[in-house]
Write a protein that binds this ligand. Sequence first.
Ligand code: G3I
Length: 326
Amino acid sequence: TVPLKKLAAAEGITFGTAVSASALKQDTEYAKRLDAEFGSVTPEDAMKWAVVEPEQGEFDWQGADDIVNAADPNGPDGQEVRGHTLVWHSSLPGWLTTGSFSETEVTTLLREHIQTTVGRYAGRVKTWDVVNEPLNNDGTLRSSLWLNRLTDTYIADSFRWAHAADPSAVLYLNEYGAEWSGPKATALYNLVKKLLAEGVPIGGVGFQAHLTGSSRPDGFAAMLRRFADLGVDVAVTELDVRIPTSDPAGTVATTADLDSQARVYGQVVAACLSVPRCRSVTTWGFTDAYSWIPGGYPGWGAADLFDADRVAKPKPAHTTVANTLL
Ligand code: G3I
């Protein structure tokens, strides 16, 4: 079979996946499949603040470096790297969330985190998820250390600091649950419009697309187009399609559910292909052997393009994605 990355490149988009640093290190089959099939990699956890600075001033870049080095983004057959994620309410180190810092200190810590992380990978990370999940489902701004201590100006400031650290990187606002109309999508649209009007260097909007086998992504293409019309790139950044599973490991599903899942995957890829400024589709992991879903949604799983049994065995969803890219 032709690798997804080749099929996608022929259609003018990049097909990528999230990568687990520990799986990359321990599992050669995983590393081979990653290299063969995907044109872009997103560290699933390795660049999060809790991982890179577990104690204040003590850094651990091992997992992130391993992923970027394996991708070899500037090499002849290199993969693009999507950096993930600089400013998020979650996966913050304990010293930061429990420490008593003044507003000025919080500002400095955030600016330095962005400068250090973006600066380290400047020229190698092509796109950054700068601000992740800033909204609640009702469209209000999500409570976080950043919003609560710095007010909503943290969003514009973060983009400006990231831009200064690597002017060539394309900077994304990344959100879930905004794939079709609703209060969150409306709020996201208004936020992006406002940031652009203020001259904030936002280059793209990422739609995570954590979906289920019964999702109906009919409105997704229109939503991508609506944002693209604002003058930004758009991308599918964390696609997975979870289905009910009968085992605790979340790997055993029915044929009917695997077929529904394939349809949803195909619809999402088709939506991206139909919008010229949709740059990439990234799946949030590629094998059911290493998936956040059974932990995050007990009773659900089998969300990826390859099963858990043999990393190399494609599921119906893989076939549908390949056919959609043809
Ligand atoms: O590596 C440690 C391990 O040493 C420790 O024993 C274990 C005990 O809990 O935790 C391990 O780290 C976990 C890590 O996943 C690796 O498995 C963290 O606790 C856990 O919080 C982390 O979860 C990640 C989650 O984000 C929170 O950061 C998931 O892997 C990751 O898939 C998920 O990804 C997010 C995106 O970043 C943003 N959008 C939603 C998406 C899904 O929640």
